[in-house]
Write a protein that binds this ligand. Structure first.
Ligand code: ZN
Length: 148
């Protein structure tokens, strides 16, 4: 796949992924690569990293997590935003990042992580996944809105 994005310092958090060229809405940009692990393992690793650790986990619909920290690619640097310009499409245990809207060269790419927990998130987990994206509709967390 041609290089469409570049990883560099982000004003939001750590490093981020930025468009190198104009991207069209719906365009497949890159795959979110990494090791498939169980959610419980992801939580344990996240606690070890501490709240300042960069989140490299991508939750699949079946509850498993892709750990971009293990054999991951530049997609792991995608920052979370509650009003994202990209979406993740899951196909057979693989995740592809698509543009939700037209993205101009130089714009940072954001994904709404919507992390899912299979147990009620305690305060420690909530703190670890606090969102500071600053979007008007910010939920204050990278976790998915809970149904309960
Ligand atoms: Zn937010």
């Amino acid at each position: 796949m041609r290089q469409r994005v570049v990883v560099r310092h982000s004003p939001v958090h750590g490093r981020g992924v930025f468009a190198l060229k104009a991207l069209e809405a719906g365009e497949r940009i890159l795959e979110y690569k990494g090791e498939l692990i169980a959610w419980k393992v992801a939580v344990r690793q996240h606690r070890k990293q501490g709240v300042s650790g960069h989140t490299w986990f991508f939750g699949l619909t079946d509850g498993r997590v892709i750990d971009g920290g293990q054999r991951g690619n530049s997609a792991r640097w995608l920052n979370h935003s509650c009003e994202a310009n990209c979406e993740a499409i899951e196909i057979d245990d693989r995740v592809f990042i698509h543009a939700l809207a037209a993205i101009a060269p130089g714009e940072e790419l954001f994904l709404d992580y919507q992390l899912i927990t299979d147990e009620p998130a305690d305060d420690e987990i909530r703190l670890g996944y606090a969102c500071r994206c600053g979007a008007p509709g910010c939920r204050g967390t990278m976790l998915a809105a809970s149904d309960s």
